[in-house]
Design a protein around this ligand. Structure first.
Ligand code: AMP
Length: 172
């Protein structure tokens, strides 16, 4: 199944800009068997955990994180781009190649001390998830893992994630 998943991912050269090879996972979502298998593999390390919170990062982290929460009987917490959440938020800003971006979480989304798994589709440089971990640190929660479908190992994103246990299904 890992090989099927790996070969289903579509490489799109020079998207969104020259020199980047974009890993298009919509080809997995498009296939019911592969989508389900990817969720099965992503939840594997967290099966049987109770009172779990899945923090999914907008937007592709929602697609995997929400399905994982359903599979695990966990709560789902959206981590969203600035200005999208209606209630009181905590925010973190982080550097992009040009400029910066901001992610937000509702202040009361996760109780202090709760176990959390952070989910995104892909780990590249680690900037995005690193910022979310920083955000969760101020929320005093217990991050038990970070889960990705794809990890681009050559970018060494793991180094930006401190001690959080990283789980990725496919490594390139
Ligand atoms: P980073 O902060 O560099 O780890 O980038 C992670 C975010 O950017 C994830 O939400 C990915 O969806 C997206 N991303 C970065 N690089 C790629 C790539 N080569 N292919 C697909 N998505 C990417």
């Amino acid at each position: 199944m890992l090989e099927q998943l790996r070969s289903a991912i579509r490489d799109v050269p020079d998207y969104p800009k020259p020199g980047i090879v974009f890993k298009d996972i919509s080809t997995i979502l498009n296939n019911p068997e592969l989508y389900r298998a990817s969720i099965e593999l992503m939840v594997e390390p967290f099966k049987g955990r109770e009172n779990l919170y899945i923090a999914g990062i907008e937007a592709r982290g929602f697609i995997f994180g929400a399905a994982m929460a359903d599979r695990l009987g966990a709560a789902f917490v959206p981590v969203r781009k600035a200005g999208k959440l209606p209630w009181k938020t905590r925010a973190v800003s982080y550097a992009l190649e040009y400029g910066e971006d901001t992610l937000e979480i509702h202040v009361d989304a996760i109780p202090e001390g709760a176990d959390v798994v952070v989910v995104d589709d892909l780990l590249a440089t680690g900037g995005t998830v690193g910022a979310v971990l920083e955000l969760l640190e101020t929320s005093k929660v217990n991050v038990i893992g970070v889960s990705f479908l794809v990890e681009l190992e050559f970018l060494e994103g793991r180094k930006k994630l401190g001690g959080a246990p990283v789980h990725s299904v496919l490594k390139f």
